[in-house]
Design a protein around this ligand. Structure first.
Ligand SMILES: NC(=O)c1ccc[n+]([C@@H]2O[C@H](COP(=O)([O-])OP(=O)(O)OC[C@H]3O[C@@H](n4cnc5c(N)ncnc54)[C@H](O)[C@@H]3O)[C@@H](O)[C@H]2O)c1
Length: 311
């Protein structure tokens, strides 16, 4: 029987991957230190083997990875702000932790790793849409460490009998994405609106983002794990973009109890526009995003309402 390990499986994207693997009746092992993940994300799955451990502990990583058919590596210290607050931890987890995972793959006869990379590796954007050839000049410790993790994966694929696929996500959203200090714009807007609070748009709101639904990210992870002989880095967005003003308008229609919008000064370091060119993932992995932002937001708002009731 096919067996999988998911690092960071108690987190937002990881727990959605775990759910999809369980749907396929595949045994799943999760290693997660719960530093930003939630054990409740795994509660629906009684037969997930969960090890509360850090990827900085090589013995735990080896024990959980040996003999897996594929490893989905999501455990990371996530986000630009967190990395600026704590750059040492950021690189320890994202670079050394990734090397621990790769060493465990090499020693444990694992032939496939799917690495969650980030569009944060690109830094200031030079042109749209953003293809794989776009210059990588990260402007935060997080962008540097995610690029380092990606490059280590691709180097291992050249050195050893291991396929490595790095998926560079743009802005992912969907169920299990909680509001926190390092949160992304969709959870921040939705949780504030549901509590009747006013949201803040920084700048004129005409900046654009490529939001990709977690269901599409899960699908491409599964396809990447099943694609024999494919190694490389691929941009994973929706291939469409929306202004922050339009995002706010769609959400206000879905959340009548919202508390309105105020505009604040634009934030330094925020990119103006973002849009993934997904043609490489389309041809190598058959990637075809299927969830529109409108449908995805309906589902997310419903999940967030239930989450607030649970709290
Ligand atoms: N959410 C996005 O929009 C986005 C965009 C680009 C890339 N990514 C990447 O996707 C992956 C998952 O991100 P997410 O949004 O689900 O965030 P998340 O914070 O929900 O998930 C990260 C998980 O890793 C775990 N973790 C952190 N440090 C660990 C350690 N030392 N050992 C074991 N587990 C550890 C956390 O507890 C958490 O469960 C990350 O690698 C992130 O860099 C996410």
């Amino acid at each position: 029987m096919v067996k999988h390990t998911v690092t960071g499986g108690a987190g937002f994207i990881g727990s959605n991957i775990v759910a999809a693997l369980i749907d396929q009746d595949a045994p799943v092992t999760v290693i997660d230190d719960l530093s930003s993940g939630y054990e409740t994300n795994l509660e629906p799955f009684s037969h997930v083997e969960f090890d509360k451990a850090s990827i900085l502990d090589p013995a735990s990583v080896r024990a959980r990875i040996a003999g897996a058919d594929a490893v989905f590596h999501l455990a990371a210290s996530v986000g630009n702000k967190r990395s600026i607050d704590n750059p040492i931890l950021d690189s320890q987890v994202n670079v050394i932790g990734t090397l621990n995972v790769l060493e465990a793959c090499r020693r444990g006869d694992v032939r496939k790793i799917v690495y969650s990379s980030s569009a944060g590796i690109f830094g200031e954007l030079k042109h749209l849409p953003i293809g794989e050839e776009h210059p990588v000049e990260p402007d935060s410790p997080y962008g540097v460490s995610k690029l380092g993790g990606e490059k280590h994966c691709l180097a291992y694929a050249k050195l050893y009998d291991l396929d490595a696929v790095a998926l560079r996500y743009f802005n992912v959203y969907g169920p299990n994405q909680r509001f926190d200090a390092y949160g992304n714009v969709i959870p921040i807007f939705v949780f504030q609106m549901l509590q009747g609070e006013q949201i803040t748009i920084f700048g004129d709101g005409e900046q654009t983002r490529d939001f990709v639904n977690v269901a599409d990210v899960v699908q491409v992870n599964l396809t990447a794990a099943a694609s024999d002989g494919v190694s490389g880095a691929f941009n994973i967005g929706s291939g469409t973009r929306i202004t922050i003003n339009d995002l706010a308008r769609v959400l206000m229609d879905l959340i009548p109890e919202h508390g309105g919008v105020r505009y604040g000064p634009s934030r330094s370091g925020d990119v103006r526009d973002s849009l993934a060119d997904i043609s490489a993932a389309r041809s190598a992995l058959g990637y075809e995003p299927s969830v529109t932002i409108e449908d995805g937001l309906v589902e997310y708002v419903e999940w967030a309402r239930q989450e607030i009731e649970r709290l």
